[in-house]
Write a protein that binds this ligand. Structure first.
Ligand code: GAL
Ligand code: MG
Length: 937
């Protein structure tokens, strides 16, 4: 039987799993903790010889290596083979545990020199996807087949001065069935490779921190532990008392995600220095609630995959640090390593930056959802070995990473005896952390109740009737494309119930691949079949690490302090668990309707904060500012819109003309034509079209979050193809006003679904007033994507200033991040395409001004949903990548009365009831001003 198809052997020739550590020959290097400074370290990263074959059977070690590859890396991103994206389904016929015939196989070769051939040394691979056979100087050392697992081969006595290393990597093995996470199928030696030495190759160390009678102790489980010294961040020695291998540490401070104090514990054995980064912390459950260091807390979390837009899952320490910095700024305090252990550096960075980690075992058999028994693998006795090895390997390597407070047994793999055994093993290996597995739904063995994508109403019930264990929601708020909408409502429920102690947004980052032209590639872009298309673009930050509007929404929703303002009364809700609210300031600003600051004050946040602003104001802003002076949350009470800044008044002398086709109004150098046939209007300035259309429409590009519910209905009823007919036109002229009133009907082809409306256009005091009174004739289409007026604008315009919610796109169920104010921007920033183009760019606005240096168009009203972009909705709908977006000769402006909410049901919550745009009659209107500055024109 082939080893890569044999469930009865998990590895061969490797050392037992043990803690991740390095030895150093001197204290200084030990304190520096750089692995390349460790004893006898030989870095094997770099350019290797390479050759890719279609079949493992072809990969002969004697081959002619005629190409090169970078290690660490994945071969599919380096011009060999190709990437394939599926969410659940295996990319080959499900024939467990056998592999497909076509099973790409890469031969890697490198050489290295060893100075001290007598040293005890190991060859270490931090991660190879998937099956790898290792040969040193022609001798077979063994194999591994668990991708996100560190493995070491003892090469003591096997090395020479000049060595040749060959690694045969096979893309698919029996273990592929256990690694069916929603991500790219990609392979290779994708984490660090090096040689290091151990004075005792089998020595292992387990470090545990416990608080006893208010004093921290550190217990070290090890066969040998000659001396131990603890240093703080500035390398000063800490006072400790040692009794056996237990150290009492009266001077250390506890670690927590808000004040992440950490220490370097240096064990000295055999004249070698062995450092560990340690946070003193203890996680317990008291009265069914999780506590860290005796304190109640909640995890405001995120799911993180490894992803670099060019290297796929080969991520550098710098990539990880970029993620963590952005997460910190997003107010996130917990990370689930969905769905596999990360490289060791990740965990120590989490300790330093301050993140509680739920570290997940590399175990997902989701593809078995396409069989009759999803629980088959979880119960399969032949798979027990894989379960136990994956569990043990994860825990042994990661056990000393103090940032980890919870183990997760895997993801989407059903439930059965193998999980029971794996949880039992976890408890045996580590009695200091909690155990999570979402599918132990009866809470038989886990410490924490969990579910995913549970709707708000159900979470509320879970809160009301708590389980006898603390609860988390390990995935929700699917951040695919535009959105996620409705997470504020989730947070209200999470805030309400003590038993709900963790929520993890799905997910941190889009898993896109950056193309040469800057487009973002996703499933299907590599000829991969079958694929799950752009389902991998579902992060709060895009493939280039640029935060999407969803990032800002989550940031504000989980602000460390939530500010509530009710008629000038300011009170606070704290999401600070370990430090003091008093580290935060509240910047209060009160504005009148002319944007004048009436009052400004910065005060310290306190537990019982209660502050009343007694002024007549339009807007009351309260920003939460952290110690570094960074605004971490923005809150507001808006009682009035700002007054519109007046444009230069033009004369109100109109000259009216009428034909059977249109009504024509001339006013200064502007001319407006209103069709009596199809309702189109055109405003010309010196025979250049400035504004066109002006008719009611419901068309809207799709968004990912509508795909499950409404897009099909919208498409079915051809809502993007409305046709308009004017029934009658009436012109009324008085001495001071001119009114054009039309009965119009609009609707899609095929169906008897119509919207009748009366459009009234009034010319008065130099301005033009639009009013729409609409009545759908039925609710055969019960929900409309939006309803509002379309305009085409001359492309000469593009500078935008608006009074409204900003600065990022916002919708009724997606506006916690947005505050009402005056914003200057331009059309390129107002609508920023998502990596997979879709609708976006809406802002709730009271006054919108678009201009160039001689013409300004101003639209004002109350609560208008205004979108403005360079692309037609049809172009946005058709484009699969940003470069495919086609501009035409206009800018496209929508002045909407209502826009259907976003929800997050690309994989999760439907649009909440109060944000559904039900088909029903209504009226709305706005004022249009046009200012022409003749001098510049
Ligand atoms: C979950 C799964 C994730 C991801 C997500 C959808 O069910 O755990 O890995 O697939 O759905 O993006
Ligand atoms: Mg899955």
């Amino acid at each position: 039987m082939k080893k890569y198809e044999d469930l009865s052997v998990f590895y061969e020739g490797v050392l037992d799993y043990k803690a991740y550590y390095f030895e150093y020959t001197n204290l200084e290097d030990a304190l520096g903790m750089k692995k390349n400074k460790s004893a006898h370290f030989i870095d094997l990263n770099g350019e290797w010889d390479f050759k890719l074959f279609d079949f493992p059977e072809q990969a002969n070690l004697e081959t002619n290596f005629d190409s090169k590859i970078t290690v660490p890396g994945m071969w599919q991103t380096q011009g060999y083979g190709s990437l394939h994206y599926t969410d659940e389904g295996f990319p080959f016929n499900l024939n467990f545990p056998l592999t497909p015939a076509k099973n790409p196989t890469g031969l890697y070769r490198t050489s290295f020199k060893v100075e001290d051939v007598n040293a005890k040394q190991v060859l270490c691979f931090e991660g190879i996807d998937n099956y790898a056979e290792v040969y040193l100087n022609g001798e077979y050392l063994g194999f591994t087949k668990s991708s996100r697992q560190l493995y070491e081969f003892d090469i003591s006595g096997k090395v020479q001065v000049d060595n040749q290393l060959i690694v045969k990597v096979v893309q698919f093995s029996d273990q592929t069935y256990f690694e069916d996470q929603d991500m790219w199928w990609a392979s290779g030696i994708f984490r660090d490779v090096y040689v290091k030495s151990y004075s005792d190759i089998n020595a292992d160390y387990t470090l545990k921190t416990t608080k006893r009678q208010n004093v921290w102790t550190l217990e070290i489980v090890a066969d040998l532990c000659e001396t131990v010294t603890i240093y703080d961040k500035s390398n000063s020695e800490q006072v400790v008392t040692r009794l056996g291998n237990t150290l009492t540490c009266p001077t250390v401070e506890a670690w927590n995600p808000e004040a992440p104090e950490y220490y370097k514990v240096i064990i000295q054995n055999n004249e070698m220095f062995i450092p560990f980064l340690v946070g003193f912390r203890q996680i317990t459950i008291e009265n069914n609630l999780m506590h860290l260091n005796g304190k109640y807390f909640k995890m405001h979390g995120v799911n993180r995959h490894d992803l670099n837009g060019r290297n796929c899952r080969a991520v550098s320490v710098a990539d990880i640090e970029t993620d963590l910095k952005l997460m910190k700024e997003c107010n996130i305090n917990a990370i689930r390593t969905a769905h596999y252990p990360n490289q060791p550096e990740f965990y120590n960075l989490c300790l330093k930056y301050g993140f509680m980690v739920m570290s997940e075992t590399d175990l997902e058999v989701h593809g078995f959802a396409y069989t009759s028994d999803f629980n088959f693998v979880a119960n399969d006795p032949n798979s027990t070995l894989s379960f136990l090895n994956r569990t043990a390997g994860h825990i042994e390597v990661c056990k000393n990473f103090s940032a980890i407070v919870m183990w997760s047994m895997g993801n989407e793999s059903g439930y059965g005896d193998n999980f029971k055994q794996a949880i039992k093993l976890t408890k045996e290996l580590d009695d200091t952390r909690l155990v999570h597995y979402e599918e132990d739904s009866l809470l038989e063995n886990v410490d924490v109740a969990s579910s995913m994508y549970t709707r708000v109403a159900m979470m509320d019930l879970f809160g009301k009737y708590p389980a006898p264990k603390p609860r988390v929601i390990c995935e929700y708020g699917h951040a695919m494309g535009l959105g996620p909408g409705g997470i504020k409502e989730y947070q209200q429920v999470f805030d309400k119930y003590a038993s709900i102690q963790g929520h993890f947004i799905w997910e941190w980052k889009d898993h896109g691949i950056i193309a040469e032209n800057g487009d973002i590639k996703y499933g299907g872009d590599f000829g991969d079949y079958p694929n799950n298309s752009n389902f991998c673009l579902d992060g709060l930050v895009d493939t280039n690490n640029v935060p999407t509007s969803g990032y800002y929404e989550y940031q504000n929703v989980i602000s460390p302090i939530k500010v509530m303002i009710d008629n000038g009364r300011i009170t606070l809700h704290s999401r600070i668990y370990f430090t003091s609210m008093e580290n935060y300031k509240l910047a209060i600003e009160v504005l009148d309707a002319n944007r004048k600051v009436l009052f400004e004050k910065t005060v310290t946040a306190t537990k019982d904060f209660d502050y009343q602003v007694d002024l007549d104001y339009a807007v009351l802003n309260v920003n939460v500012v952290n110690e570094a002076g960074v605004v971490v949350g923005k809150f507001q009470e808006k009682l009035q819109n700002f007054n519109v800044k007046p444009l230069a008044v033009v004369s109100s002398d109109y000259v009216l003309e009428q034909t059977s086709l249109e009504v024509i109004i001339n006013k200064d150098n502007l001319q407006m034509k209103i069709s009596k046939i199809d309702g189109q209007l055109i405003i010309n300035n010196e025979s250049q079209i400035l504004i066109g259309d002006g008719r009611l429409n419901v068309s809207r590009p799709h968004i990912d979050n509508h795909k499950m519910e409404t897009v099909e209905i919208f498409n079915h009823y051809h809502l993007n193809h409305f046709q308009t007919k004017v029934l009658d036109t009436e012109v009324l002229e008085t001495s001071s006003t001119l009114m054009i009133k039309q009965n119009i009907v609009t609707g899609p082809p095929v169906y008897d679904f119509k919207i009748d409306y009366v459009r009234t256009i009034v010319f008065k005091d130099g301005a033009i007033y639009f009013d729409y009174d609409y009545r759908p004739n039925s609710n055969v289409v019960s929900v409309l994507p939006r309803i509002g007026v379309d305009f085409n604008l001359s492309k000469r315009l593009g500078e935008i200033e608006y009074d409204g919610f900003g600065p990022f796109e916002n919708y009724d169920d997606f506006c916690d991040h947005a505050t009402y104010g005056t914003y200057q921007t331009d059309v390129n920033s107002y609508f920023k395409p998502h990596s997979c183009p879709q609708d976006g760019g809406n802002h709730l606005v009271s006054n919108f001004n678009i201009s160039d240096d001689c013409i300004a168009i101003n639209i004002s009203g109350s609560d208008l949903n205004i979108k403005c972009s360079k692309y037609t909705n049809a172009s946005i709908d058709a484009a699969k990548h940003v470069s495919e977006l086609q501009e035409d000769e206009y800018l496209h402006l929508e002045v909407n009365d209502k826009v259907h909410g976003l929800g997050s049901n690309s994989w999760g919550s439907e649009v909440l009831e109060s944000y559904v745009n039900y088909t029903k009659p209504s009226t709305f209107g706005f004022k249009l001003d046009i200012e022409v500055n003749h001098e510049n024109n």
